[in-house]
Write a new protein. Structure first.
Length: 185
């Protein structure tokens, strides 16, 4: 799997990505809207899971690197929503889009650029009817990206994340949606 944008190469994970991904997922500022930072072991497990999902499903969140230098900048992509989370969202959507970028690359428009490429792939190649995104209600930077890529907030679908305990400060999530424009006509 490989997609290219003006500034990014979006590709399948490789085992060589572990250290770079661990640095991003282990950064407390990058993970401020997640319950914890990821340990190197958790990152390795996530990487292996993603490689398996890519092989089985044909797509999953993947690596993002700069076209000009090959430098790893983060992750972006589409993924099937786990059943427990899917059941908590109105309409039980199947596929989400998401991203996490190294903070050195924040504010450069790379997340929307990569996400748009993945949406195009999802709609044109995978023929998905809809893609959703969700995040903690206080994660305004991600919500700005969702709006920039054409997603609309669906307040009726907002939910309490089932993987976080009742009362957890990050439990309240907002939902954004975008329909496949080719199927919407």
């Amino acid at each position: 799997m490989r997609l290219e944008t003006e500034r990014l190469v979006l590709r399948s994970w490789e085992s060589r990505d572990h250290a770079s991904l661990a640095a991003v997922l282990g950064d407390a500022e990058v993970r401020r809207f997640y319950p914890t930072v990821a340990t190197p072991e958790q990152t390795r497990a996530q990487l292996e899971f993603s490689i398996e999902k890519q092989a089985a499903m044909g797509f999953h969140f993947g690596a993002a690197e700069l076209r000009s230098t090959g430098q790893f900048v983060g992750l972006v992509g589409l993924g099937y929503i786990p059943e427990e989370t899917r059941a908590a969202i109105r309409g039980q959507p199947a596929v989400e889009i998401g991203w996490q970028f190294d903070k050195a690359f924040w504010g450069q428009g790379l997340a929307p650029e990569g996400a748009r490429a993945w949406l195009t792939y999802g709609f044109e190649t995978l023929q998905l009817a809809e893609v959703v995104a969700f995040t903690f209600v206080g994660n305004l930077p991600s919500q700005r990206v969702m709006k920039k890529i054409g997603m609309m907030r669906d307040a009726d679908a907002d939910f309490e994340h089932p993987r976080l305990a009742p009362g957890h400060p990050l439990r309240s999530h907002v939902v954004y949606r975008i329909a496949n424009p080719a199927l919407d006509a």
